[in-house]
Design a protein around this ligand. Sequence first.
Ligand SMILES: [Cu+2]
Length: 124
Amino acid sequence: MIAVIAVALGACGSSGPAARPKTPATLQILALEPNAQVGPDVDVRVVLRHAHLVPSMQIGGTVRPREGHLHFSLDGRIVAMTNKLSEPLRNLTPGEHTVGVEFVAADHLPFANHVVAAVSFQVT
Ligand SMILES: [Cu+2]
């Protein structure tokens, strides 16, 4: 039971079990200049290359290096798992925020080479 919980937590954490596949994917955040000043509503858009987005599946399923989905985080907290290339963030509080995006395998766990992008911006 403890092992099951550990794997479930790993789904949204930074480290998965050993022997994860590598991916050729690259990730880039668009539409948010670093340190940009924006309003409370932000649409985060990303470009994913060398891989494509597929629906997520149960942990333990077959993973393929070029298939996965995106985990969006806001200030270090996961706020969305999606197979779309954009995510709306609404009603952000004023101040500095950091958006992170990770391309993870279809089973929610990171690839051996973590594919991440992040940008910080100011909400005024
Ligand atoms: Cu996921």
